[in-house]
Design a protein around this ligand. Sequence first.
Ligand SMILES: [Zn+2]
Length: 694
Amino acid sequence: MNANTTTPAQAPLQSNPLLDFVSPARFDEVKAEHIEPAMDGLIQAAQAALGHVLTPDFKADWDSIELHLDVPVERLSRAWGMINHLNAVMDSAAFRLAYNQVLPKVTEFWTQLGSNEELFKKYACVSTDALHPHAHQALKLALRNFILGGAQLKGEDQVQYAQVQEQLAQLTQKFSENVLDATDAWFYLATRSELDGLPEDVIQAAHESALAQGQDGYRMSLKMPCYLPVMQYAQNPQLRHKLYQAYQTRASDQAETSALVFDNTTVMQEILRLRHQESQLLGFEHFAALSLEPKMAQSASEVIDFLQTLARRAKPHALQDLADLKTYAKEMGIHEPQAWDWTFIGEKLKEARYAFSEQEVKAYFPFESVLTGLFGLIQKLFGVSISQTQTHVWHEDVRFYNITQGAELVAQFYLDPFARQSKRGGAWMDDAQCRWLRPDVGTLQKPIAHLVCNFANATSTTAATLTHDDVITLFHEFGHGLHHMLSKVNVRDVSGINGVEWDAVELPSQWMENFCWEWSVVEPMTEHALTGERMPKALFDRMLKARNYQSGLQTLRQVEFALFDMQLHSQATPVQDVQALLSGIKAQVSVIPSPAWVRSAHSFSHIFSGGYAAGYYSYKWAEVLSADAYGAFEDSMTDRGDFDPQTGQRFLQEILQVGGSRPALESFIAFRGRAPEMDALLRHQGMSETVPTS
Ligand SMILES: [Zn+2]
């Protein structure tokens, strides 16, 4: 196979669809046997290209590197993207086998490319004099990524860095294994009378779990589908206490003696020590500074200020939430609520105040009406048209759409909406190809997105309807899709969502979610599956109130986690006593005291074994950005509930079209006329200045 590195446009029609770079791709023809030959050839071609670019007389010039290296690398990533996508949505034994065969080779190539010292040097020599600002930004990001990947280190430092990476990989894995093993090892065999209040399916599952172990009774575990219903519904306080204590001491020094082997105390200390060492090797004062380098937030102190301000503003509302809970607890006969009582009381109060059923709501959202509503909104806001068209697809449920503006094709997208066998769960947006002025053929490659959801499909007798959460999911993923598809940037590495800061990437997606809480948007999308009627406003109002239920307490809880994470990673020396730091933060932020034996840090996988170390704040950060951006639409709304098209155009031009070509803060200020403020988020969550008295 000879995939050469120069001109894909001249390549003959390929019998292997993975090597045919037509657009849109021939998804329906890809088979397992195409994978290995395609990837082997593409990796070889990319490696040859890399070798060529790294020869001493190859000119260190942006355009030349783009033409000779980025073109074959993009072909590799496009074919791999197709394989990954099909693996996620059309899994089969043969496909999985072929996938796993090439996976190590592909991973090795990317790792090599990303930390290649010689390539780093080549990029570092590129002259920026005549460079287009977008290419300049892409170059800056490329150099930064090399530095963060250790490409600049030499000698002993380089060796140490590799060792730190390896040890960190092992320890973070150990951390999550301990949490998993501690969770799995614990059980309690309950009697039926202890389970009053629990939903029938939970009781049944616990009974079957006992039987499977040759036991009598009901086997209670710390897995979410058992733990959560116990906290919410179990009337027996002793049972709640037992599970709560076991859950909150998982993988810690406070667990039962038999489970002390899973204690994460020293694993956490080691992880923090190694992260500190990593950041020092790369020239940062602490791990938080390293983590924040590719993010929108500038410094640990900026994040800490942000979180403390949010805590201060949410606190009066949290105290009110707590007072409501205490009052209701008395009515329930619970006079001194304990830590394991709050969720139970909260659930009862919520039922009493805002009861409505998911099923009742679901009947009002037929999938087709929601889609029509969503497309209509996008067309109105951004002056584009969305129309369905035909292409090669991997399953009959999949639809393909053009986004056009006048006669011009702007972008295209696949929508794969329904759950089915062999399709991965969840919802996501992925790029099939991004906007790029191709250096090989000189034409503009238009963006194509994948939008994948897992909604319940129609049955033989009923049409597909969505829950309100499903509607939010669809809007969320579509927001990511818009960011990718409406780009006006022609440089690949900063077009669409490429190059957008990690803590700003959820802005367009969460911004889209706001429309699902706007009556003028929701009402026309509703059409009762049986009666064809619109949703009653009273039902929508109850949904809205339930959304903001206990938002003060919930905000403080998230702030507590985020502050802990940021302070843990921003000390001058690695933290030894993790628990003491956490207790200090709880004392400062929380309004509900927790028992001295609680060890929630020991199972905080997001920051010890996931990708959120010194990044947990980004949940709240992105919510503030998206709510504040949405606030501009609320401010300019007409009395009839119509959105101002000029605000839509500004959002399009300043946020969506520019993508990663400039810092997210600059884009936000250009759109909003000022830096982000948290008022809109607090207002949306029912926490405006004055504390409600009801
Ligand atoms: Zn998202």
